[in-house]
Design a protein around this ligand. Sequence first.
Ligand code: MIC
Ligand code: SF4
Length: 646
Amino acid sequence: MGKNLTHKILESHLVEGKLVPGEEIGIRIDQTLLQDATGTMAMLEFEALGLDRVKTQCSVQYVDHNILQSDNKNADDHRYLQTASMHFGIHFSPPGNGICHQVHFERFGEPGKTLLGADSHTPSGAGVSMFAMGAGGLDVALAMAGRPYYFPCPRVLGVKLTGKLPEWVSAKDIILEMLRRYDVKGCIGKVVEYYGPGVSTLTATDRLTIGNMGTELGATSTVFPSDENTRRFLEAQGRGDCWVELAPDPDATYDEYDEIDLSSLEPLIACPSSPGNVKPVREVAGTKVDQVIIGSCVNSSFRDLMAVAKVLEGRHIHRDVFFHVNPGSRQVLENVAFQGGLMPLLMAGARLHESGCLGCIGMGQAPGTNQVSLRTFPRNFPGRSGTKEDRIYLCSPETAVAAAIKGEITDPRDLGEQIEYPTIPEPEKYIVDTSSIIFASPSCGDTEIIRGPNIKPLPAMDPLPDTLEAVVLLKVGDNISTDAIIPAGAEILPLRSNIDALSQYAYCRIDDDFSSKCREVNAAVVVGGENYGQGSSREHAALAPRHLGVRAKIVRSFARIHKANLCNFGIVPLVFKNPEDYNHITEGAPVRLEGIRERIARGDTEIPVHVGDREILTLLDVSDRQREYLLAGGALNYVRENLTAS
Ligand code: MIC
Ligand code: SF4
């Protein structure tokens, strides 16, 4: 039986376990990526492991999220990350150089390698055929220390691509079509591997777009073959020497199958407020638009900006539209400028910003009250833009620019009557300017690490008690994202390296008093619905509640990264055995987990929970390693104890 590409890459990196879906496997990690919002904590965790240097082939620290400098905090963090990177042998990409996923794609990604990133959109590495995954900062810190990454072996969904995209339909519409089919939880526990004749019609940038938003499907990763298009891209980046050809066997099999005929696709759009709420653009055409943003780690590439610039040549945007452009990287901006794309953007009325996450993580660019905003971003969770009850739509650059011109949602194919479809060939050679990156070198090891007042040590965490007595302080519904657990935005994001200050904001968008209620009880429990903890990889969504005293969560189902983060920080992740029991729990109910320590230690998978005077059954589906973490009160306690012991 032929092998698919996912299994080939996993097999070549497997250090523990067997490739049986659902069983925990450990794989060797070749490369790691940190960004600043998750990176300060991950760097502190790496420091706590007491090593001199990272043990990976390549580790990179980016600064792209927290680049608004309204006081000392972010700039202090940047200097900490720079000096710590130099000290530990990590390449450092400073603020302004670009968004981690775009820069990693341009400068560091290599076909067939594994990449673990403290950011959920790390599967963007699919653009250059990496096996790339998002994880919590602690898991990435452990990978930087040379330890394997452990996760449940995924099922592989093979998606056969045939045909060729029509004009005005682009890679974003392929992933939106996947989201239309699978919604935000249809690919949990799966790797999506694309194969078939349609693959060769997609450039490396197109594949990045699809891999990036595979995260929104709940997928563990996305995999593409490495072919001539991969080689062409790497050569244009001056990195052709790392190219290898990678493909599934001709008779490869998959756990599940699907097929997309690219020629049959039409422009699609994700409506407020979920990436899975996808409709054909023509169904919402005519909706008045107030803001359009081209940018984020998806659709901010050279191709995307040039396509928009070409459409805008000799035109001006609608007078009621605020039109922003956030380039994905400095390299993108330099190449767009060189190829004449900048003037049409500026003359059309674009507000050109520095390269970074910006409005995607609520760092500026928030829309006004009741205003409709069309963005090429990957996410539109409620309130993430910074505006309450926001109306954010996600679409391709083609659909975005059509709306910018017309002032209303417009099927971009309608532009075709007056405007020729812009075909943007991959440049033969990109302008490659790496002068801003500080590359790791052995001499950097002496660099003194500079810590500003915003860098607070990690709070101590106590081990799990024998019996847990707690109170249900919050009950939430389905698809709660980590943005809802610990929001980002200009006010909160700068506190990521100060857990005590950050934790005051835990669940503040759902219950303003959550943190003060926590102070009144010994320990707290949170109850949730399906796909609890979807979205961002931020371990702060586990760390902050844990600091406040949340010791267990009982939900209908968990998202992968959040569940791993809960174990890493000693919060017991329980799932209702009978989903109906969700209906019988109310906020304020006392909860007792009798003998929880002993039950976890002896490997019980069924955990009885006393809620008020009822007993309900819950399931604990975690690995032996994660049981140790839970008992120790968190992975860091466990690893530290073990490092000391050995
Ligand atoms: C996001 O898109 O939600 C983020 C901000 O990039 C996060 C990381 C974070 O919260 O720092 C992610 O995707 O993991
Ligand atoms: Fe940054 Fe947005 Fe991408 Fe997250 S999704 S890495 S916030 S651009």
